[in-house]
Design a protein around this ligand. Sequence first.
Ligand code: CUA
Length: 333
Amino acid sequence: MKHAIGAILLIAALLVVGLLVLRVDTLLPPAASTQAGPIDSIFNIQFKLIAFLFALIVGLMVYSIIFFRRKKGDTSDAAHITGNTTLEIVWTLLPLAIVIALAFISTNAIAETMRIDSQAMEVNIIGRTWTWSFEYPAYSASSAELILPVGKQVLFHLSSRDVIHSFWVPEFRVKQDAVPGITTTLRLTPTKIGEFSLVCAELCGRDHSAMVAKVRVVSQADFNAWVAAQTELATAPPEVRGEKWFNENACVSCHSLDGTPKLGPTFLGLYGKQEALESGKTVLVDDAYLYESITDPMKEIVKTFSPAMSPAITANLTELQVQDLIAFIKSLK
Ligand code: CUA
């Protein structure tokens, strides 16, 4: 009886510690989506269950190690126990009931996170080593940042250009793989205005850990303003858009617009020029040459310049952005 009370007290103490440590609000970042609700309630149940099982198992084990140690010089056998039918029935049925209950709760939670809103906004997410890009087909817009209106369900269509990546914003809780060759989907309703980070949750190569994109959840009014700006941009002449991509991608750090050579050739008067290459060849700077130089910058190097432009610099440009940049360079006479 004395041992039973001692063991129960130790288990109770461990349970209190476990419940204090294993908490959704301290271990997980603040939830910021509707789908986070059912997921966090499962975490909550599991954390409590884990705390109880930890206290029960470790408590009994530690208590036994301390109080039922073999005394020095004691070589006698321990009491021989052959079995306990009641105990065996209990420890079979109880875990079975818990696992069935968890399966039921989890199925409900999955259904809850997949609940369809017919008004959902569709966004395509494209993963490639090692960047994300986002397309808004309804608005003919694309972006390197994920911009979402608060309180509105989004239906993502995920795809990959190369290997498997995985969409994960910890505050939104839900996660989905982007798999080459197929399109996967994910539904999400952001509930908090703010900035978050989309991280890749599938080991995808050298820069996997740097495969991060900014997620901005904004008010519906701010989102409408963003869409309007995107629409205006979509109808602007290509060279105007090209100038924007030129500025946004910091091309000017290596390519001047006034004729002075920097780390790379100037863009002024470049189009239509004959360029001597390190390989000994001479090429005419036309659309095809510019396209190749932007998308595969290390392939041919212009004489007197060094191969300094990493392909990563232009890797996240869309096809349209490359065409816009060519139009911009063409316009610089
Ligand atoms: Cu993409 Cu890891």
